[in-house]
Design a protein around this ligand. Structure first.
Ligand SMILES: *Cc1c(COP(=O)(O)O)cnc(C)c1O
Length: 372
């Protein structure tokens, strides 16, 4: 007789949606009753609430996290001839946004311990063409924003935070999205705050920039219906905003459950050969992803799958080596820390409703796989 192995999903959104099913249906009703599907009442209410949560005076709902980055770059007038510095190990969307506005992505290597963009590498990458830097708060852990802000100020370049994985994360008591000139968020369903479809958000304390982004998200149209700029169709949906209003009050509880799961993994895996994620002093890490570093990652992954444990890799190819960015002439060996990390990182199941027995199953399976 074959006994089925208990499966541990990488992410199970069904568990959070079950808990708020009633509220989500009511939210849907509110939107259909008013027929405000693109922008409108729910979007405005959510914009106020999420900006207040982040700690900025302005909040603009847009179509996706990538668009949040793209519209921010465009609103600063960044485009052809400009360079924008970002991390070599990030989700491809960060570099995509830079390329889509016409600017040139310039990559910087990351810190060995945190795998976050290395401020010294950023400084070394700055040229007279640099218009902005985009630190990525990878896996839910804020970059060293004190050093990055100081470097940016000294060189007169903007800081656009890619906070797409860092809803609610903080750095010295200030939340991700309020640490740079502008903050960009994604509400892709599996993010710490996720819609039931695509969505994104820009936070800033600059009302003029906010107004430009509001115009760009809706065809470049201003209040007098003049189109001064070529814009986009990148509005946040009323339906998504209504769902996000249901979820936002739960975000802190969900983040603390992620932190508890991370603490449990760390205690179960202490002393193993896996390198565990570090948290910088003064940071609150919200563990969008819980990634360990292991040698022979691919065979470890196969053994975990055999033990019913579903894992992922964030990210297997550093951006400078992705075919889409081959035109930039990236070479293996250029960013050694990012490249080594890409070969070793292994993301374990992580979501707010992960059970204690699942964490134990994952940890036991990983310890076993590492012994082989
Ligand atoms: C998810 C993500 C994005 C893009 O978000 P979309 O909403 O999918 O466009 C950008 N940067 C990082 C680091 C992300 O994780």
């Amino acid at each position: 007789m074959v006994v089925a192995v208990q499966q541990v999903p990488f992410v199970d959104l069904g568990r959070q949606h079950q808990e708020i099913a009633r509220e989500l249906i009511d939210a849907c009703r509110r939107v259909t009753d008013r027929s405000s599907f693109t922008l409108g009442h729910e979007v405005e209410a959510f914009e106020k609430d999420f900006a207040a949560f982040v700690g900025t005076s302005e909040g603009i709902g847009v179509g996706s996290g990538t668009d949040a980055l793209l519209l921010s770059l465009r609103a600063y007038g960044i485009g052809a001839g400009d360079e924008v510095v970002t991390a070599a190990n990030t989700f491809v969307a960060t570099a995509e946004a830079i390329a889509l506005c016409g600017a040139t992505p310039v990559f910087a290597d990351v810190d060995e311990d945190t795998l976050l963009i290395d401020p010294a590498a950023v400084e070394a990458a700055i040229t007279e063409r640099t218009a902005a830097i985009i630190p990525v708060h990878l896996h839910g852990h804020c970059c060293d924003m004190n050093r990055l802000s100081e470097i940016a100020a000294r060189h007169g370049v903007k800081v656009i935070e890619d906070a797409c994985q860092a809803h609610g994360a903080s750095f010295h008591e200030r939340r991700a999205g309020s640490l740079g000139d502008v903050g960009c968020f994604s509400f892709y369903p599996s993010k710490n705050l996720g819609a039931l479809g695509d969505g994104g958000f820009v936070t800033t304390d600059d009302p003029i920039l906010a107004e430009k982004i509001r115009q760009l998200r809706a065809h470049g149209e201003d209040a007098s219906r003049v189109h001064g700029e070529i814009g986009y169709t990148s509005r946040l949906d009323g339906m998504q905003a209504a769902f996000l209003r249901v979820k936002l009050p739960l975000l802190e509880r969900w983040n603390s459950r992620r932190q508890q799961a991370a603490a449990a993994y760390k205690s179960e895996l202490a002393g193993s050969s896996a390198i565990l994620p570090a948290t910088q002093a003064g940071s609150s890490h919200v563990h969008h992803v819980f990634a360990v570093r292991v040698r022979e990652r691919n065979s470890v992954r196969v053994r975990l799958a055999e033990a019913g444990v579903h894992t992922a890799v964030h990210y297997p190819i550093p951006v400078h080596l992705e075919p889409a960015f081959a035109y930039l002439g990236g070479q293996p060996g250029q960013f050694p820390i990012a490249e080594k990390a890409a070969g070793e990182l292994l993301s374990l199941p992580m979501f707010p409703y992960l059970h204690a027995d699942e964490i134990a199953q994952v940890s036991d399976a990983l310890l076993e796989a590492l012994r082989q």
